[in-house]
Design a protein around this ligand. Structure first.
Ligand SMILES: Nc1ncnc2c1ncn2[C@@H]1O[C@H](COP(=O)(O)OP(=O)(O)O)[C@@H](O)[C@H]1O
Ligand SMILES: Nc1ccn([C@@H]2O[C@H](COP(=O)(O)OP(=O)(O)O)[C@@H](O)[C@H]2O)c(=O)n1
Length: 229
């Protein structure tokens, strides 16, 4: 293990939308006493600020300027956390479907990826962290001690997202939700910089027919075995 990892190992969890990354990471971090870093929330925060500032998603000059002046923090309360941008709480606003789709465009831009890469490495370098996202095991921490690639069928992921949106009172159909999930994944997989893909040494986990508890137990066991080894 790298000498910089004074707080423990780095666990990377990557995968497409709705695979269960956030839910599992939150629980796994609690069980292991690790810090949860939701990198998707950081990209969402940049997208929200770009939207508020009227910045087009391909305007690299203004995106560079935006990222230079942005301060993203997680304010923690037990296992829950708020996302703060320049001191303001954006936790709710970053979670809409509209911001999700915009995030997928903005996260493809090199200046945005470069800026967040630096922030994420700084947050995780000491270890004792679980980072979840799309490129943690391939780009952010290719030397992470444990890597998972969490997936589920597009239908199941769309169904999970649909249930979430309906519970929030949004009027959507199952078909359109699946379509949007598939569209965002395709965008994330086909971009030039840091596309969504499984790191060769990541443990694949297909959660289609698994409960959250089953996924959690499997990952916890795997991390403990790796740490012990
Ligand atoms: N294995 C699972 N079985 C059933 N529902 C799940 C499972 N994993 C996650 N979910 C649910 O699916 C939704 C999306 O999960 P989330 O953790 O936000 O995924 P991601 O972070 O990968 O987009 C949440 O409502 C969550 O409770
Ligand atoms: N490490 C990461 C994390 C997120 N992202 C981008 O941010 C978007 C939102 O990520 P998220 O993890 O919040 O999305 P969900 O899985 O919650 O739907 C993704 O669709 C990606 O475009 C990324 O490019 N790299």
């Amino acid at each position: 293990m790298s000498a910089q990892r004074t707080n423990g190992v780095i666990v990377a969890i990557d995968g497409p939308s709705g695979a269960g990354k956030s839910s599992i990471t939150k629980l796994l971090a609690k069980r292991l006493g690790y810090l949860h870093i939701d990198t998707g929330a950081m990209f969402r925060a940049v997208a929200l600020m770009a939207q508020r500032g009227g910045i087009a998603c391909d305007d690299d000059a203004r995106l560079t300027e935006l990222c230079r002046g942005i301060d993203i923090e997680f304010e923690r309360e037990g296992e829950a956390y708020r996302v703060l941008v320049n001191g303001g709480d954006v936790s709710r606003e970053i979670r809409t479907e509209e911001v999700g789709l915009l995030t997928s465009c903005i996260s493809a831009r090199k200046p945005v990826r470069d800026a967040l890469l630096q922030m994420q490495r700084k947050m995780g370098v000491k270890g004792g962290v679980i980072l979840e996202g799309r490129d943690i095991g391939t780009v952010v921490f290719p030397d992470a001690e444990v890597k998972f690639f969490l997936t589920a069928s597009a239908e199941e992921r769309g169904r999970r997202r649909y249930l979430e949106l309906v519970a929030r009172g949004e009027k959507v159909t199952l078909e359109e939700t699946i379509e949007k999930v598939v569209c965002r994944d395709r965008q994330d997989e086909s971009r030039e910089h840091a596309p969504l893909k499984r790191a060769e040494d990541a443990v694949p986990v297909d959660s289609t027919a698994m409960t959250i508890d089953e996924v959690l137990s499997f990952m916890e066991k795997t991390v403990k075995e790796r740490v012990a080894a």
